[in-house]
Design a binder for this molecule. Structure first.
Ligand code: C2E
Ligand code: CA
Ligand code: CA
Length: 397
């Protein structure tokens, strides 16, 4: 993480400057001061565990005070982007209250007079608390993800999806892995949540789409053009987040990636989770409609866990339903799970949408799902997520 070491006397920012960063104080002390009629008034001394410079970042105004280091200090910089994303996702009423509080504080600062008796500067807090540690960890991870993107540390893994009837390969799901320089190969659970909350997931999706599209080209070439494995052309299915769908021009961007690689859109599926679709079904629907019209497939991921309304489902341009792993894993021992899978299958058949059952680990599960009439399966039984080089070998086997 970018720690700045600041010697005593450093001016971190001055009254009137535009605000581009806020700072978390890891150790040391920083004076907040204003100048009135040529006189310097120290308003506060901030210490370990405190944040400074957040106001200008929150309301995009200029600095209403100067920050000057009063003892050797270590700070962590927070960028405008890191806050903007979070603010834009905050409840609008809270956002308004925040704006009002900042404005009032700014007015109060303007009224400070040279003869004002400022409170004696003290270091307010001496020990960082758990909230500070958690914030630092999230901010650090965000910076690392940004750096990881620049250094191309993220890698595409592919997990096979097979036709349950004859076990022929139908396609692959693209799953991200992070070749972290210190922590080794990381699974998405270690970083996707923070990538989501910071909005960095948009860059991750872009990277994955590009890599997935170029991987399909390599796989198609390795297999011999045109030759069908299952009933449909070989595809790769890429996980897309809610942040991607609200990006203006998302569909055009994907088309551009496909065009640059000269890959027909029917080799690409977009996987969206059921819960994500239900946040704003109308908006998601219209963007997915565009993608579908261009020829891409649309898979609903983790189906059965997100309480989607059936009326919405029937209006969305869905080409695949993916039954969540939890039902598959419970199916053999639990009649209710088996009934749920059966009901999903009936629904899908009614809507003429093929099903992929996720997380198949045992032969008995594959057999039961095939007997129920699930078309496709994905799971360790058929193959784990693997690097593209291994997927080529898998494809030829
Ligand atoms: P998901 O989309 O539901 O992906 C399926 C997950 O189940 C993968 O975990 C896969 O490795 C795992 N899995 C597959 N077969 C089996 C099995 O037989 N048994 C068990 N126990 N697990 C199995 P993974 O790769 O750790 O990914 C976790 C989640 O992270 C994914 O869940 C997806 O929501 C997210 N994710 C992965 N890659 C990306 C990405 O490129 N972009 C975004 N936005 N999210 C991603
Ligand atoms: Ca998925
Ligand atoms: Ca899933």
């Amino acid at each position: 993480l970018d720690c700045l070491f600041l010697p005593t006397g450093t001016v971190l920012f001055s009254e009137g400057d535009p605000g581009d960063h806020a700072y978390l104080i890891q150790s040391g002390a920083i004076d907040i001061l204003v100048e009135r009629e040529g006189q310097e008034i120290v308003l506060a001394r901030r210490g370990t565990g405190e944040i400074i410079g957040e106001m200008a970042l929150l309301d995009h105004g200029t600095r209403s005070a100067t920050a000057r280091v009063s003892a050797p200090t270590e700070v962590i910089a927070i960028t405008k982007r890191q806050l903007d994303q979070r603010i834009s996702e905050t409840d609008p009423v809270l956002r308004m209250c925040l704006g009002v509080v900042i404005e009032r504080y700014r007015e109060t600062l303007k009224m400070v007079r040279p003869d004002a008796v400022a409170p004696p500067p003290t270091t307010v807090r001496s020990l960082p608390g758990p909230a500070f540690d958690a914030a630092v960890a999230v901010l650090a991870l965000e910076r690392e993800i940004e750096r990881g993107l620049l250094r191309a540390e993220f890698e595409l893994f592919l997990q096979p999806i097979v036709a349950l009837r004859d076990r022929r390969l139908a396609g692959f799901e693209a799953l991200i892995r992070w070749n972290h320089p210190v922590r080794g190969l990381l699974a998405p659970a270690a970083f996707i949540p923070v990538a989501e909350s910071s909005g960095l997931v948009v860059q991750i999706t872009d990277r994955m789409l590009r890599e997935a599209v170029s991987a399909v080209r390599v796989l198609l070439a390795a297999r011999g053009a045109g030759e069908g494995c299952a009933d449909e052309p070989l595809f790769v299915s890429v996980n897309v987040s809610g942040h991607d769908l609200v990006q203006p021009g998302f569909a055009d961007g994907v088309m551009q990636i496909l065009a640059e690689a000269a890959l027909p859109p029917h080799h690409l599926k977009l996987e969206v989770t059921e819960s994500m679709l239900m946040k704003d079904p109308a908006r998601a629907g219209s963007i997915l409609d565009t993608c579908r019209r261009h020829g891409m497939g649309i898979a609903v991921d983790d189906f059965g866990t997100g309480y989607s309304s059936l009326s919405h489902l029937s209006t969305l341009p869905i080409t695949t339903l993916k039954i969540d792993r939890c039902f598959v894993q419970a199916m053999l021992g639990d009649p209710t799970s088996r009934k749920i899978v059966n009901t999903i299958r009936l629904l899908a058949r009614e809507l003429a949408i093929p099903i992929v059952a996720e997380g198949i680990e045992r032969e008995a599960e594959a057999a039961a799902l095939d007997a129920i009439g699930c078309e496709y399966g994905q799971g360790y039984l058929f193959g784990r997520p693997m690097p593209v080089t291994e997927a080529i070998v898998f494809l030829r086997a």
